[in-house]
Design a protein around this ligand. Structure first.
Ligand SMILES: Cc1cc2nc3c(=O)[nH]c(=O)nc-3n(C[C@H](O)[C@H](O)[C@H](O)COP(=O)(O)OP(=O)(O)OC[C@H]3O[C@@H](n4cnc5c(N)ncnc54)[C@H](O)[C@@H]3O)c2cc1C
Length: 337
């Protein structure tokens, strides 16, 4: 289940718990696997969640357009399907053009010949995703999210089979994050924990402007500037950088990590994790499609956009699709007006 790359993937081991005794078998710490769900976090009162609800309500309650717009959306990943959902809520007619024969983009999954699902990778839905949580609620599929205990668990690169835990107590942010760092079980020394917590202060209290201002620094450079010990970078931020952007922290902009970290540290339930109870195309994408098609929207699979033809004034004249998705030959023109 776990790899040393990817906080998402490492953290998915919210289901892995150290044995009550924490005993070691040979040089290995024994682990008890506990696959149970936790209650849905009470994030409804969070400002971000309320903002998401208000935005959605604004679209739903907007006066119905006299002439609904037919809007082409290229891509049936979560962004395209969400856009289609909200456009249909506002009374418009989205047409989603998906180039492949499977929904979901990066959350796509395929059934093998035995009927088992193969996913691109396990996906975590964080408490810090108010818009996504709102989509689940509005589609009536919130119960498909399986919440886990509030912990981030990292595989230790130098100690195969051992895991380092950051357990968040049930107290408000940012204190829960600070306590999680201070009581980390085995990865960090006390000196490292304190330096790490102090180094993160601007990430906790700096606003969005601070996050954006760090774009000139890589994650590694920012950590050095903040006096965070190199071992923290190696053992936590290599995983986090790879999970967020599939690249190493010495080349990833700190703005990317801070955008996530800021939310995780400032929102009490921000770093809580949930997993979908099945394959995303079936359990999440299809209900999104059902929602907008029931409101007059349309989904076209195997509809790969090849070219956007423009008018002289720069407006869109036509979308040129590939007749054969994989070969991109014999283009046909699709006019959406
Ligand atoms: C292995 C893996 C693990 C991940 N884990 C997590 C996680 O745990 N938590 C998390 O929050 N995020 C995770 N992510 C990231 C997350 O999956 C993506 O951020 C998100 O799904 C992107 O959605 P999107 O709609 O923006 O783009 P995409 O999912 O990339 O969708 C784009 C869609 O457009 C289609 N398309 C592209 N070109 C054309 C064209 N010319 N014509 C028609 N269609 C076209 C594609 O086929 C695709 O369906 C993970 C990603 C991967 C790959």
């Amino acid at each position: 289940m776990q790899t040393s790359v990817g906080a998402h993937r490492a953290a998915r081991s919210g289901v892995l718990q150290r044995g009550a005794s924490g005993s070691r078998i040979g040089s290995r710490r024994s682990l008890r696997v506990e696959a149970r769900d936790y209650p849905r976090p009470a994030f409804d009162t969070a400002e971000t969640f309320q903002e998401a609800q208000a935005l959605s309500a604004k679209l739903k309650n907007a006066p119905r357009p006299a002439k609904p717009l037919k809007v082409a959306i290229v891509g049936g990943g979560l962004a395209g399907l969400s856009a289609a959902k909200y456009l249909s809520d506002a009374g418009h007619k989205p047409v989603v053009l998906e180039g492949r024969d499977v929904l979901g983009g990066k959350v796509a999954a395929w059934k093998d010949k035995d009927g088992d699902w193969i996913e691109t990778g396990l996906h975590i839905f964080f408490g810090a995703y108010p818009n996504m949580m709102n989509v689940f609620r509005e589609l009536g599929i919130e119960d498909r999210l399986q919440w886990k205990e509030h912990s981030m668990i990292f595989a230790m690169p130098d100690a195969p089979g051992e895991f380092s835990r950051f357990d968040f107590p049930d107290i408000p942010a940012p204190l829960n994050g600070v306590v999680a760092i201070l009581r980390n079980n085995q990865m960090l020394t006390w000196e490292e924990k304190i330096k790490f917590a102090i180094g993160l202060i601007p990430a906790i209290f700096g606003g969005q402007q601070y996050v954006e201002d760090q774009d000139g620094l890589s994650v590694t450079e920012w950590m050095a500037k903040q006096g965070v010990p190199p071992r923290v970078n190696e053992e936590v931020f290599i995983a986090m950088a790879k999970a967020l952007a599939f690249i190493d922290p010495d080349v990833l902009s700190m703005t990317v990590v801070l955008t996530a970290l800021n939310r995780f540290l400032r929102e009490t339930h921000g770093s809580k994790m949930a997993f979908l109870d099945g394959a995303p195309p079936e359990r999440l994408c299809q209900p999104m499609v059902d929602h907008f098609t029931a409101r007059g929207g349309e989904l076209r699979m195997n509809a790969r956009l090849k070219n956007i033809e423009l008018n002289e004034d720069g407006s869109v004249k036509a979308l040129e699709l590939c007749a054969h998705t994989h070969m991109c030959v014999r283009p046909t023109s699709l006019r959406l007006c």
